[in-house]
Design a binder for this molecule. Structure first.
Ligand code: PAF
Length: 286
């Protein structure tokens, strides 16, 4: 595995691969990798001749009072894991390499970014779309891989790729969970032992919602209310949002007709965690 830090070095390597007719998969990450990231890399390895993983804590997607400075980092561990998974390039640029000089160009996806996480993080998706566009332009992959835990991010990136005619296949990969149900996240590291227990209300709410969908409930408010009750059973948990939205447009929906995304963000102490499920996942399982 080559560890590259400059845009130029990545471009030269990818150019050489393309001359040989090889396909390239990109897995964009912010590092502090866990089994969720590993599952994206494994999928990328299965579907491409070469795999590039970026590890870059992107400053433009953090708000002024968010955890940019304390976001967990462990490049040594990340490099070991990626090497063991057979990754070809670990791209680890500095913020100056990714954002040289004052940027005047941003990529903004409208509508899909105003609700859910966009309500409390108004500049977040602009930062995500801008950095993902830059990574796509640098690596020019055939396919790019994203986790479904960030379901709104995945929908926003799919919309961006469609609207801007970016010829890259976007592959969404299933949420990977701990044995007790907690969705894997780099931010789980922030949780104390007791908060770690409290955090289970998110996956329990997912299980409750799925059970209602499986039982034939189609009224989204009934399902959301039941999920809220599960979360509020733990006094440590403070709901940011629990909502039912169209899985493609992120617009609120009252009745399950097309696939609906049930998404939540919940504070456990100071840590904001997200989780979700799609109504179509439940039907697929039946
Ligand atoms: O999902 C993430 O880790 C980040 O938002 C991404 C896609 C790597 C962009 O910085």
């Amino acid at each position: 595995m080559r560890v590259l830090t400059t845009v130029e070095d990545v471009r030269n390597q990818v150019k050489a691969w393309k001359k040989e007719g090889l396909t390239v998969g990109l897995v964009p990450t912010m590092g502090y990798l866990h089994e969720g990231h590993a599952s994206l890399v494994q999928r990328a390895k299965n579907e491409n001749d070469r795999v590039v993983v970026s590890v870059f804590v992107n400053p433009t997607q953090f708000g002024p009072n968010e955890d940019l400075a304390t976001y967990p980092r462990d490049l040594e561990h990340d490099a070991e894991l990626l090497e063991s998974l057979g990754v070809d390039i670990l791209f680890h640029p500095t913020p100056e390499e990714m954002y040289p000089g004052k940027a005047r160009t941003w990529v903004t996806v409208e509508d899909l970014t105003t609700g859910l996480c966009g309500k409390t993080r108004p500049t977040h998706f602009r930062g995500v779309c801008t950095v993902v566009s830059k990574l796509m332009n640098i690596v020019t992959p055939d396919k790019a891989y994203f986790g479904r835990k960030d379901a709104q991010q995945l929908a926003v990136i799919r919309q961006m790729v469609k609207d801007l005619n970016i010829g890259i296949d976007i592959v969404g990969c299933p949420i990977v969970r701990e044995a007790d149900g907690l969705a894997k996240s780099s931010r789980n590291k922030y949780l104390s032992e007791s908060e770690r227990q409290s955090a289970l209300v998110l996956s329990k709410a997912v299980a409750e919602g799925k059970a209602l969908v499986a039982a034939g409930q189609t009224c989204t408010q009934t399902i959301v209310d039941a999920m809220v009750r599960v979360i509020e059973s733990d006094p440590t948990a403070k709901i940011d949002y629990v909502e039912a939205v169209d899985a493609l447009t992120m617009a609120p929906v009252t009745e399950i007709k097309e696939p609906v995304l049930f998404a939540m963000a919940v504070y456990i102490g100071k840590t904001r965690l997200i989780d979700n499920f799609g109504s179509d996942e439940v039907n697929d399982a039946n």
